[in-house]
Every structure is written in C-alpha cells, then in structure tokens.
Write a protein that binds this ligand. Structure first.
Ligand SMILES: *[C@@H]1O[C@H](CO)[C@@H](O)[C@H](O)[C@H]1NC(C)=O
Ligand SMILES: *[C@@H]1O[C@H](CO)[C@@H](O)[C@H](O)[C@H]1NC(C)=O
Ligand SMILES: *[C@@H]1O[C@H](CO)[C@@H](O)[C@H](O)[C@H]1NC(C)=O
Ligand SMILES: *[C@@H]1O[C@H](CO)[C@@H](O)[C@H](O)[C@H]1NC(C)=O
Ligand SMILES: *[C@@H]1O[C@H](CO)[C@@H](O)[C@H](O)[C@H]1NC(C)=O
Ligand SMILES: *[C@@H]1O[C@H](CO)[C@@H](O)[C@H](O)[C@H]1NC(C)=O
Ligand SMILES: *[C@@H]1O[C@H](CO)[C@@H](O)[C@H](O)[C@H]1NC(C)=O
Ligand SMILES: *[C@@H]1O[C@H](CO)[C@@H](O)[C@H](O)[C@H]1NC(C)=O
Ligand SMILES: *[C@@H]1O[C@H](CO)[C@@H](O)[C@H](O)[C@H]1NC(C)=O
Ligand SMILES: *[C@@H]1O[C@H](CO)[C@@H](O)[C@H](O)[C@H]1NC(C)=O
Ligand SMILES: *[C@@H]1O[C@H](CO)[C@@H](O)[C@H](O)[C@H]1NC(C)=O
Ligand SMILES: *[C@@H]1O[C@H](CO)[C@@H](O)[C@H](O)[C@H]1NC(C)=O
Length: 416
C-alpha cells in the first residue's frame, strides 16, 4: 500500500497539473492521504463515464468482484486498471467478468506479474484511453507468449511492453496509437523491450507506433518479423532483405525491412537503394571499394531494434571519401551511445570535419557525441585539423626563417 501511495504521490507532483484546486478530502480506511489525484478528478468528469460504470479500486481481484461494473461496455477506473500478481481470479472468471468491457478509461492499464499465457480474457477490449499521459503496460509476465488482443484498436496511452521472458509476438494487429479524443495532454513514449530472445514486432505494428513524429521511442529491442509473402506492404514497395537480398531485390523499393549489409559481394547493386527512405533495421557498409554514399540520397529514417549497436556502421572501405546522406534525420538506436560510426575508410574522410558535422547537425541540436569517425567526435576531428594547420604554419614559419638566415649568409658572403 505504501508503494501504491508513493506512486500516486509521484503522479500528483511529477505529472502534468490538471486541477487547479485539488483540496485534500479525508478518505476512510487509508493510512496516508494525499487527496484526490488530478487524473481521478478528470476521469470522474469525463462524459463517457456513466454512473455505475466506475471501477473503484485499482487491482482486479475476488475481493471487489461484487462491485465490478460487469454490465458496462465502458469502464472508468479513476485509480487505474490492474491485473497483477495479487489478482486471484482464473482466466475463466476474468473472461466472465470482462465479457462486456470494450472501452477502458484509466490513467493506467496494466497486466503485470501474472502467470497468464495471453490476455484473451480481454478479447472484447477495443479502446484504452489514458488521456495520453498514462501507460498501457504489459510487463513481467514470465509465461506470456503474446498479448493477443485482436480487437484492440485505439490506445491513447504510453506503451510499455517489457520483460515478458516468453513473449515472441505482440499480436496486436489492430492497435492504433491515437491521441485521446477527450483529454489530449501529451506526446507518447513507446517501449517494447527485453521479451523473448526471438521476439519480433511486425512492421504494421511498428508503423502504428510511428504515426506521430513526436513519439519518443524509448526502448525498442528485438527484431522485425519477416514480411509475410501475402503482406499488403509488398505492394507498397516494402522489401525484406532477408527474403530478397540486395542482389535479387527489386530496384524500386521504398522501405527496407531487415538489417542491410553492403559488402564486396553486393556493392554493385547499391543503385537499387536510390528510392529507399526508411530502413527497419541497421545499415552496415563494409569491405567495399565504393567511393561515396550518394546511393542513399532518399534515406530519411533508420529504426534499429538492436541493443547497443550503431544504426549506421561504415568500415574498411578504403576508397570511400565522401559520406553524405543528405536527408537522413531520424533514427532509433536503443541503448546506443554512438549511433553513427565510421572506421578505416579513406583518410579523406578525416581531412575535413564537414561529413561528421553535416550528419550530426541533421540528427541533433545538442548531442555532440553521436557521430564518430575513427573513434573521434566531430569536435575532435576539427581540433586535430586545427592542430595540423597550426603545426604546418609553424613549420612554414620555421623554414621561412631558415631561408632568411641562408640569404643572410649569402649576402654576407657577397659582401666579404
Ligand atoms: C477551490 O475550492 C474552494 C472550496 O471548495 C472554492 O471556494 C474555490 O473557489 C476553489 N478555487 C478554484 C480556483 O477553483
Ligand atoms: C468516513 O468516516 C466518517 C466518520 O468517521 C463517516 O461519517 C463517513 O460516512 C465515512 N465515509 C465513508 C465514505 O465511508
Ligand atoms: C447486469 O445484467 C444482468 C443481466 O442482464 C442483470 O441481471 C444484472 O442485474 C445487471 N447488473 C447490474 C449491476 O446492473
Ligand atoms: C472482434 O470484432 C469483430 C468485428 O467487429 C467481432 O465480430 C468479434 O466478435 C470481436 N471479437 C470479440 C472477441 O469480441
Ligand atoms: C514458453 O512458451 C513455450 C511455447 O511457446 C512453452 O512451451 C513454454 O512452456 C513456455 N514457458 C513458460 C515458462 O511458460
Ligand atoms: C479511433 O480513432 C480514430 C481517429 O481518432 C477514430 O476515427 C475512430 O472512430 C476511433 N475508433 C474507436 C473504436 O474509437
Ligand atoms: C492533440 O493535440 C495535438 C497538439 O496539441 C493536436 O495536433 C492534435 O490534433 C490533438 N488531437 C486530438 C484528438 O485532439
Ligand atoms: C514528420 O516527419 C517527416 C519526416 O521528417 C516529415 O516529412 C513530416 O512532415 C512530419 N510530419 C509532421 C506532421 O510534422
Ligand atoms: C516467402 O517466400 C519465399 C520464397 O518462396 C520464402 O523463401 C520465404 O521464406 C517466404 N517468407 C515467409 C515469411 O514465409
Ligand atoms: C571494386 O572491387 C571489385 C571486386 O573486388 C572489382 O571487381 C572492381 O574492379 C573494383 N572497382 C574499382 C573501381 O576498383
Ligand atoms: C582496414 O581496411 C582494409 C581494407 O578493407 C583492411 O584490409 C584492413 O584489415 C582494415 N584494418 C583494420 C584495422 O580493420
Ligand atoms: C560529396 O558528395 C555530395 C553529393 O554528391 C556532394 O554534394 C559534395 O560536394 C561531395 N563532397 C566532397 C567533399 O566531395
């Protein structure tokens, strides 16, 4: 309980301010009283919440079964809606209780610390509205294989799906991240991480998360599922390089799915990438004799899900002297300190800081460490160039002096 209250406290003081006048009203049977949560007040005033359709506790369990608004299609949970380790109901009981519930309005919607294999008992669920600030959470369910909510569509919540050790798929085919129709307070944060080692997210699921530009992808760790052979994305020029490698890929692809490795074997086919604007994976250019990266002229976005790896790695290309990717402005690189790295290419790349600064400035206003060439950030490349110029100037001055000195000797020789 103490934990729970600290959580409310954090919400009241850490969250956005909703109610100007949250007076402290004593509640019976509580040890500590922090007054009504602003989110609670907001939900109580939501016109979609009908009398008798409020879930007045926060954890679903047998102790509140009598009071659960089982007949309501829209259930409002001012204290949050949780199914967790304390929930002492079987899947059958849950299915029965939740058989009418299509919409949930709650500041938090969570299924955590359970032993369920999926959440089919929520099969009717269609929308969850957390007013954009709360979280739709499925975490630490060690047996869960997928979430499996086939009718769940509009979710107006941050997303946090993580540490479900046995989860290989989300199986949320209809899920849409949409701003709350009632209280639209925030941009979204999305995190899907540390599930089963074979976990993959489908590209359509990822696209739904990417619908707003200001969504913050905090941790997306795992892989992309292969595009199925009947995916309608194929007709939209999505190409999965795991099924059709660059050598055999169509030459008009717009999106690449899978990690793209360009090496000595397929470098002659890079022209096929001319229209590609998005890579769902990483980009590696290695061991080629390419001279520039002009074939990436359309590339805008790289969404990697590989933990700790650069989104762009360019190494051992001795002829490569111009790395310009003019439209590249957006990436996701989970747990990666330096998302763009180049090593051991043409020495020309380090003779100017322009390539480094251009990429850095395209991607960020503040993060001066995210592009490195031979281990050096842009500022250090520029520092070394300045130092070299200073050294040469000194040398030139030095040789200048000795010329004057020699001429002096020459003049002296002539005079005497
Ligand atoms: C705050 O609550 C008090 C008492 O309920 C009321 O008199 C006052 O007008 C409220 N102030 C605001 C800003 O709502
Ligand atoms: C809280 O306790 C007071 C007196 O102790 C009582 O009058 C009131 O009805 C109680 N409220 C609730 C909601 O139980
Ligand atoms: C819910 O619906 C059932 C059957 O339609 C009815 O018997 C029951 O009284 C209803 N419960 C509430 C709380 O309205
Ligand atoms: C899901 O939605 C479809 C179409 O609206 C409906 O036919 C089906 O019964 C729904 N499934 C559940 C479990 O409610
Ligand atoms: C994980 O899922 C597999 C099937 O995908 C199942 O055989 C196994 O028992 C599950 N493990 C746990 C701990 O539930
Ligand atoms: C989902 O959101 C869209 C866009 O806001 C809206 O048009 C649609 O009616 C919503 N669907 C449901 C089931 O609420
Ligand atoms: C939510 O707010 C954003 C920015 O304030 C606005 O662009 C968007 O249209 C709003 N959406 C809804 C459903 O109100
Ligand atoms: C989202 O970002 C893309 C690429 O950066 C840009 O073309 C588009 O205009 C942006 N959309 C909005 C609504 O800002
Ligand atoms: C699609 O078809 C190709 C060729 O028939 C096959 O190699 C590949 O495994 C298929 N992909 C999927 C996801 O089924
Ligand atoms: C690049 O490398 C390939 C294969 O190693 C070789 O056939 C080709 O001639 C090289 N091209 C250039 C311009 O050096
Ligand atoms: C640098 O690149 C060349 C040519 O690709 C390669 O032979 C060499 O091993 C690389 N050196 C290092 C330290 O990786
Ligand atoms: C690198 O390539 C770009 C694109 O073709 C070109 O605009 C730029 O001038 C080149 N930079 C250098 C230093 O050659």
């Amino acid at each position: 309980m103490i934990l729970l209250f600290s959580f409310f406290l954090a919400l009241i003081f850490g969250g956005p301010a909703f109610a100007e006048n949250s007076t402290i009203t004593p509640q019976n049977g509580t040890e500590i009283d922090y007054g009504p949560d602003p989110m609670e007040l907001e939900i109580r005033q939501d016109p979609r919440c009908l009398p008798g359709c409020f879930f007045e506790t926060n954890i679903l369990g047998s102790w509140w079964l009598e009071d659960f608004p089982q007949n309501c299609t829209t259930v409002c949970a001012p204290f949050g809606f949780r199914i967790d380790g304390q929930t002492d109901l079987s899947e059958k009981q849950l299915t029965e209780i939740l058989k009418n519930m299509k919409n949930v309005i709650a500041f938090q919607f969570a299924v955590t610390h359970t032993r369920f294999k999926n959440t089919h008992f929520l099969a009717k669920l269609e929308t969850v509205d957390c007013y954009d600030v709360g979280t739709f959470m499925h975490s630490i369910n060690y047996r869960m294989e997928d979430i499996g909510l086939l009718n769940l569509s509009n979710v107006s919540c941050n997303i946090d799906i993580g540490t479900n050790n046995n989860m290989t798929r989300l199986n949320l085919p209809q899920l849409n991240l949409v701003h709350s129709p009632y209280a639209n307070y925030s941009s979204f944060t999305v995190s899907v991480s540390y599930n089963h080692p074979d976990f993959c997210i489908t590209v359509p699921e990822m696209l739904k998360f990417m619908v707003y530009n200001d969504t913050n992808f905090e941790w997306m760790i795992g892989d992309y599922c292969r595009l199925s052979n009947n995916s309608e994305l194929l007709s939209q020029k999505y190409c999965d390089v795991r099924d059709t490698p660059l050598e055999v890929m169509a030459s008009d692809c717009l999106k690449i799915v899978g990690n793209l490795l360009i090496d000595e074997k397929n470098q002659n086919f890079v022209g096929k990438l001319a229209n590609v604007d998005t890579i769902f994976g990483n980009l590696i250019i290695r061991n080629t004799n390419l001279t520039d990266t002009n074939f990436l002229g359309s590339l805008i976005t790289i969404m990697s899900m590989r933990e700790g790896e650069p989104v762009i790695l360019i190494e051992n290309n001795p002829e490569l002297r111009n790395v310009t990717i003019p439209k590249f402005v957006k990436y996701h690189a989970p747990q990666t300190h330096v998302p763009v790295q180049m090593y051991n290419n043409s020495a020309e790349l380090s003779k100017t800081s322009k390539f480094c600064y251009d990429l850095q400035n395209q991607l960020t206003d503040t993060m001066t460490w995210i592009v490195r060439i031979n281990g050096l950030v842009c500022d250090y490349i520029q520092r070394d160039i300045d130092a070299e110029i200073a050294r040469q100037t000194r040398d030139n001055l030095g040789s200048g002096r000795s010329v004057v000195f020699l001429m002096g000797i020459f003049v002296l020789n002539i005079l005497f």
